[in-house]
Design a protein around this ligand. Sequence first.
Ligand SMILES: [Zn+2]
Length: 257
Amino acid sequence: SINPSDMLLVLLVLLQLLALASCAPPRCDPAVREDRCPEIAKTYSIGRSLEGRELLVIEFSNNPGHHELLEPEIKFIGNMHGNEVLGRQLLIYLAQSLCSEYLQGDERIQTLVNTSRIHILPSMNPDGYELAVSRLQERMGRNNAQNIDLNRNFPDLTSVVYNRRRQKGYRTDHIPIPDYYWFGKVAPETYAVMKWIRSIPFVLSASFHGGDLVVSYPYDMSKHPLEHNMLSPTPDDKVSEALQALQAHHPHSRAMV
Ligand SMILES: [Zn+2]
């Protein structure tokens, strides 16, 4: 027979195996775990994918878990298209390097972490990713498990904003989502990100794609809902331009955004 202490050991090993089998990024990668950098990192979930995978975020700040006045909130999203894996891997590496460079005393990284709050969602479409990995067939896993393209699933507020410009006292923020949007299919992954955006006052964001050399400007849709290729700059278009120029001229710049 097995004595109780052996039993406990077996149970612990089983639990460990179970945890490994059910892990999802960034948690399953031990190097990205918050416990390596508990002072400056925290992981949290913003919801689940259709198939129940956690949408895990790792956050870096000198006071993780809290919004601090005048500290800019930044977010990075990868792998929205499940088969575009470059952004996902890049963001996992970014998390690893923020942690290790901070610990090693890199001044630039320490200043960055101490003066901002950086949220990283390496995979917005873990279901699509699993499909892409298992099938090895081109374009498989781009969409979520309901076959929704998450990059076309958010409400298009561009034409709404441009329509309102003629009204007195119009504003370009806090635009209500039109009712008709909710009549369509809203993926749980999209909804989770929308809730996330409402809960944290992000001032700078990027979503990483793969497969082509493109920089998409916000708003990323035409002024007129039925016209294509109509320029629709945001009020802070100069900032976007400056950021994109920075990226385009970076010596290691590759297909991103
Ligand atoms: Zn994409």
